[in-house]
Write a protein that binds this ligand. Structure first.
Ligand SMILES: NC(=O)C1=CN([C@@H]2O[C@H](COP(=O)(O)OP(=O)(O)OC[C@H]3O[C@@H](n4cnc5c(N)ncnc54)[C@H](OP(=O)(O)O)[C@@H]3O)[C@@H](O)[C@H]2O)C=CC1
Ligand SMILES: O=C(O)C1=N[C@H](C(=O)O)C[C@H](O)C1
Length: 238
């Protein structure tokens, strides 16, 4: 498979190592120094594009892939207000698009555990819930995309929470997400339910970026040749 890497930073490089070891060919490594490669002529040489850049640039990069008729796997976080527009354009232009706030298999299993725990807690109002996420100091967005996904899943199930806030909160209807930035932290997410009697905490800790990168390559292999809008749930049949 011929891959265009849009974003050649920490994730782009981790993805290249795994894709190459699996026998794929990275034909473009695009960063701020060679943005001219984001044109139709160059992008259409790839079977699939993998986009890990910045919250400010992901949207326009994805649209460029649609113009070039190249399916795109996107892992960039912090731009989700534009997701409905991207989905509409994907369908309108009959393109392939796969987004995940987290590509690691472990986190995608953790998503399912979080949903089930929230479902069980929906009938146990004596428990309050809060979330903590810890990432490296270079991370641009807060809360993490993964934390937002986890929060959305909790809000879906727990009527007593009306929305999330990215700070400590004493309002019972607010789901508090605490973001911590310290190095090297590749990504830790914890959800804690607390009652007067006991606590239940579930935690996912990434030991490196390998899981995110390996998942992104699996997603690209799966998306190659497909049209439509997908997530890691489709890839992993969860
Ligand atoms: N979904 C998931 O599983 C994961 C998602 N992420 C997300 O992925 C994103 C990238 O993370 P990470 O690799 O750590 O970040 P880095 O800062 O290490 O890399 C970002 C890269 O994007 C490049 N870039 C910036 N603007 C453009 C542009 N307009 N066109 C092309 N390339 C551009 C930068 O270029 P230059 O070097 O020249 O500045 C750099 O190479 C973040 O949003 C992060 O939250 C991270 C890990 C896992
Ligand atoms: O920026 C990162 O590093 C990460 N970003 C993703 C997120 O925002 O959830 C995924 C992972 O936690 C690492």
């Amino acid at each position: 498979m011929k891959i265009a890497l849009i974003g050649y930073g920490k994730m782009g490089k981790a993805i290249e190592a795994i894709a190459t070891a699996k026998g794929h060919t990275v034909i473009h490594r695009i960063d701020l120094n060679n943005k001219h490669l984001l044109d139709k002529e160059h992008l259409q040489q790839a079977d699939v594009a993998i986009e890990f850049t910045t919250p400010e640039t992901a949207y326009s990069n994805i649209l460029k892939c649609f113009e070039a008729n190249v399916p795109v796997v996107c892992g960039t976080t912090g731009w989700l207000e534009k997701l409905p527009d991207v989905k509409a354009r994907c369908l309108e232009k009959h393109q392939g698009f796969l987004y995940a706030s987290n590509f690691s298999i472990g986190v995608n299993i953790f998503f399912e555990i979080n949903k089930r725990l929230a479902e069980l807690m929906s009938t146990q109002p004596q428990y309050d819930v809060k979330m903590e996420e810890i990432h490296h100091t270079q991370k641009k967005d807060a809360p993490s995309g993964t934390a937002i996904t986890l929060a959305e899943h909790i809000l879906d199930k727990l009527d007593r929470k009306a929305g999330w806030v990215n700070q400590e909160s004493s309002q019972p209807q607010e789901l508090s997400i605490i973001s911590k930035r310290e190095d090297p932290a590749p990504g830790t997410h914890s959800i804690t339910y607390t009652s007067a009697i006991d606590d239940i905490t579930i935690t996912h800790t990434a030991h490196s970026r390998e899981g995110f990168a390996a998942g992104a390559v699996i997603a690209a292999e799966w998306l190659n040749g497909k049209k439509g809008i997908f997530t890691m749930k489709d890839v992993l049949s969860l």
